[in-house]
Design a protein around this ligand. Structure first.
Ligand SMILES: [Zn+2]
Length: 135
């Protein structure tokens, strides 16, 4: 197995085969590898925090939707975006109709990404250094 493939498989299994952000199970072939600290701010993170955005600890398994929605946002920016998502949804007329008919419900983001909940459940020794990067 090539180094790149082995790395990709480790990233896929990082959170039990689930998207690091929403927790949806993702097939290996469908997984997108997200840079938790965005690649476009590589110099900033390198100079200011001595963080390598290409380090394995910064690579997150992501579903297509989360990866596209997060884009090049920092973790803080992505969390802020998710925290106000329900407010933007409440403006969509057809969604208001669906709520009135009991077809849909809108609730705010609970503030934690799936990987954060996942790491809380793990024995301390097994937690990778992602949490250190996040802070
Ligand atoms: Zn996702």
């Amino acid at each position: 197995m090539s180094k790149a493939k082995a790395l990709r498989e480790r990233v896929h299994q990082k959170y039990g085969g689930c998207c690091a952000y929403c927790g949806t199970a993702i097939e290996y072939k469908q997984m997108q590898v997200d840079h938790y600290l965005p690649q476009c701010k590589e110099k900033f993170y390198s100079r200011r925090f001595k963080k390598d955005v290409h380090a394995e600890s910064n690579l997150m398994p992501a579903c297509r939707r989360c990866n596209h929605y997060k884009r090049a946002r920092t973790p803080k920016q992505f969390r802020e975006l998710m925290t106000s998502l329900h407010e933007r949804l409440q403006e969509i007329y057809i969604l208001k109709v669906a709520v009135d008919f009991g077809i849909a419900t809108i609730k705010p983001f609970d503030g934690k990404f799936y990987f954060e909940k996942w790491e809380e459940k793990q024995p301390a020794a097994e937690i990778k250094d992602t949490a250190a990067i996040a802070s």
